[in-house]
Write a protein that binds this ligand. Structure first.
Ligand code: SF4
Length: 251
């Protein structure tokens, strides 16, 4: 993290950190990082809220979607629904490197034995390759601090380990606030949400949630049952982690 970036981080936090979400994102998309900012989206439940706000500011903002090749068909349909209902014009699907895939996951079953390496191949590597090629200065995420232990300490504006600004406009929003704003705007929900999937990732690594379980309990729920070297359920795919923490899974 350079001194110059640290200084700019403090300036951005002081200037915009307490603004309402629309004003915050408008300033960052149109002024501070014009042409150099993208939004991540998993196109999961509640994703439409961030995308609607971004689209209303500038519907040509790049929206990065990790097309892992392992999504539910419903998620791919939902991308099209969002495109037409919200009017996003620049959704960029990032796909795994074909050579890496052929060498390390030729039959597509790596998720059964090494989820961290599978996530690195299908998510982290394609994302980092694209971010570097384009040279974005900032990315917007829909993460909320209540979601996981790893997300608890996040700030609305922060710097990642690659010296890129990360904007988390919902960092301090509660679940109820997200739902209320989502419903107020009449946004489309992921088709699996009402079927027992409150948090949706790749199909092999997402199961239905049982009554009373945490909303992310269905993510990577198989990991604790496998001989992956860990008996702890995986919580993050890796794209939001420091790269030193996932370096061992790189190929
Ligand atoms: S979520 Fe599962 S299938 Fe998707 S990239 Fe990660 S391990 Fe592979």
């Amino acid at each position: 993290m350079t001194d110059e970036k640290q200084h700019r981080l403090k300036e951005l936090q002081a200037k915009y950190g307490a603004l309402p979400i629309e004003k915050l994102l408008e300033a960052l998309i149109k002024t501070e990082f014009a042409g150099k900012i993208a939004s991540f989206s998993s196109f999961g439940s509640w994703s439409a809220l961030l995308l609607d706000i971004v689209a209303k500011i500038d519907n040509t903002t790049p929206v990065l979607f990790l097309e892992t090749g392992k999504h539910f068909p419903e998620t791919l349909e939902f991308v099209e629904t969002i495109k037409s209902k919200i009017g996003l014009k620049n959704i960029i699907a990032l796909t795994p490197d074909e050579k890496i895939l052929a060498n390390a996951d030729a039959n597509g079953t790596l998720w059964q034995i090494n989820v961290n390496r599978c996530c690195w191949i299908r998510k982290v590597e394609p994302l980092d390759r694209h971010l570097t090629e384009v040279g974005y200065d900032a990315v917007i995420t829909g993460r909320r601090s209540y979601q996981t232990k790893e997300r608890e300490g996040m700030a609305t504006i922060e710097l990642d380990d690659q010296n890129r600004f990360r904007i988390n406009p919902f960092a301090f929003w509660s679940k109820d606030e997200i739902k209320a704003e989502f419903n107020k705007r009449g946004l489309p929900q992921h088709p699996l949400y009402d079927k027992g999937y409150p948090s949706i990732g790749c199909a092999p690594c997402t199961r239905m949630v049982k009554p009373g379980e945490d909303e992310r309990a269905g993510r990577w729920a198989h990991v604790a049952d496998l001989s992956t070297g860990s008996d702890k359920q995986k919580q993050e795919c890796g794209i939001h982690l420091d790269r030193k923490d996932v370096a061992e899974f790189a190929i």
